[in-house]
Design a protein around this ligand. Structure first.
Ligand code: FAD
Length: 414
């Protein structure tokens, strides 16, 4: 039997964009239901970065203190080693923010915390194991979604549907939105190796002869990204594992001895890098946000940040009118207008870094790379480093929570 629900706002996807939007719309007094296809928030690595701008949002919601009790590592700067030469590129202590660091926190904790806080609100509910399969449309308007759940089919009718179901979005396919593919010349292989707890805290970009490896300190392990040319994963995985270990060690000598912990290519996961965005983000009754509106490259680790900023902007512009029954179809376009500039500029910068730093570094063969000029300048000129740090840490057109607070969320027990 089909279960049916009627809400003000139905959000498809319980990632960073969907959970934050869920919390904010319910906080404003909109009856909100989030549908998430997984049974929990535990997944493969999808980025663990909670940026200063997101920490600012947590502060504005009164949740920061409890949030920072969750296990995390504060990351205050970012450096690169190019052919043995070190450049300091980002220093968050230079930016104007409550928290002058990125909190490296497993996404499970982040999403679990937000959903816990959202559940303290009377108008919020979340259905896990709910896979949205299609939209319900009437007279050219989106009025709800169909979903498969563990308890059978489910139909949700809503005044507003928000698609926040990530870069493989079902909602955007069903809605027939056109996707502009911006292109990415790289893919990334992710893996972990053990780390001694007394090593220095750092996030490093390591460029060696023909290789580029990012090492992220995650306490007792390093999360590593091995950058490869687009479509190159099969070639890497065809070689013996030892050749892969050696390629990593030649670029990151301090991983010598640790790479033996990698015993199988099954532990090396492929991230197909995509940069794209929708030409339209809305139709009557439907709005797209986060990666489903604009898939981000992992360069700069800013995808989560942008997804959260979209959610805040959407709530600022729409939650009040939705709650008091005055929302108009034209209002939905305001979210794209507000967020398009930061998305465009960030995607442009990601493209520049991919094409002018990563791609040449991979093509260099046996030539020892030098730090690219922009990075050398960033390391020497404090004003430039401050601007770059603010761009990464706060993004452009930083959003602040201005949506109504009909109910106050409380932090979940840690
Ligand atoms: C390997 C990897 C590493 C990354 N590293 C970083 C990083 O270090 N820092 C950073 O900021 N960003 C990083 N990113 C990008 C970041 O993960 C995304 O930009 C961000 O998660 C976007 O958030 P979102 O909520 O829009 O989408 P997602 O996080 O993709 O969430 C979408 C949610 O929708 C659910 N869903 C999908 N389809 C359906 C459906 N039909 N029905 C119901 N639910 C559905 C999914 O299960 C998921 O929970 C990385 C991405 C990957 C893949």
């Amino acid at each position: 039997m089909t279960r049916t629900f009627e809400v003000d706002c139905c959000i498809v996807g319980g990632g960073p964009a969907g959970m934050m939007a869920g919390l904010l719309f319910a906080r404003a007094g909109c009856k909100t239901l989030v549908l998430e296809k997984h049974s929990d928030f535990l997944r493969d690595f999808r980025g663990d970065t909670v940026h200063p701008s997101t920490l600012e949002i947590m502060q504005e919601l009164g949740l920061l203190e409890e949030f920072l009790k969750r296990p995390h590592q504060p990351l205050s700067h970012l450096a690169g080693i190019f052919g043995g030469e070190r450049v300091e590129m980002i220093d968050f202590s230079l930016i104007d923010a409550t928290c002058k660091f990125v909190a490296l926190m497993p996404q499970w904790h982040f999403l679990d915390f937000i959903s816990g806080a959202a559940k303290s609100l009377p108008d919020f509910s979340v259905e896990m194991n709910a896979h949205v399969t299609s939209l319900i449309e009437e007279n050219g308007r989106v009025v709800g979604v169909h979903s498969e759940t563990a308890d059978g089919p489910m139909e949700v009718r809503a005044k507003l549907v928000i698609g926040a179901d990530g870069r493989g979005s079902t909602v955007r396919d069903c809605a027939g939105f056109k996707v502009k593919d911006i292109g990415a010349p790289i893919d990334v292989l992710w893996f972990r190796v053990p780390r001694d707890l007394d090593e220095d805290e750092e996030l490093l970009l390591n460029a060696g002869a023909g290789n580029f490896v990012v090492t992220i300190d995650r306490g007792d392990y390093y999360q590593c990204a091995f950058v490869i040319p687009k479509g190159g994963a099969d070639a890497v995985k065809k070689q013996p594992l030892d050749a892969f270990r050696k390629a990593v060690i030649s670029t990151v000598p301090f991983l010598r001895g640790k790479m033996d912990a990698l015993t199988d290519f099954d532990d090396v996961k492929l991230l197909t890098v995509t940069i794209d965005r929708l030409e339209r983000w809305s139709r009557p009754g439907l709005l797209m946000i986060g990666d489903s509106a604009h898939a981000m490259s992992p360069v700069g680790g800013v995808g989560i940040n942008l997804a959260i900023q979209d959610a805040v902007a959407a709530a600022n512009l729409l939650a009040g009118p939705l709650a008091d029954g005055t929302l108009k179809d034209d209002d939905l376009e305001k979210v794209r207008k507000r967020r398009l500039m930061p998305v465009r500029v960030t995607q442009f910068m990601q493209g520049q870094a991919q094409n002018h730093i990563l791609k040449p570094a991979l093509a260099k063969g046996n030539v020892k790379p030098r730090p690219p000029l922009p990075l050398r300048l960033m390391s020497k000129l404090t004003w430039l480093k401050r601007r770059a740090s603010a761009f990464v840490g706060l993004g452009l057109r930083q959003e602040h929570v201005c949506s109504p607070e009909r109910h106050k969320p409380t932090s979940p027990k840690n």
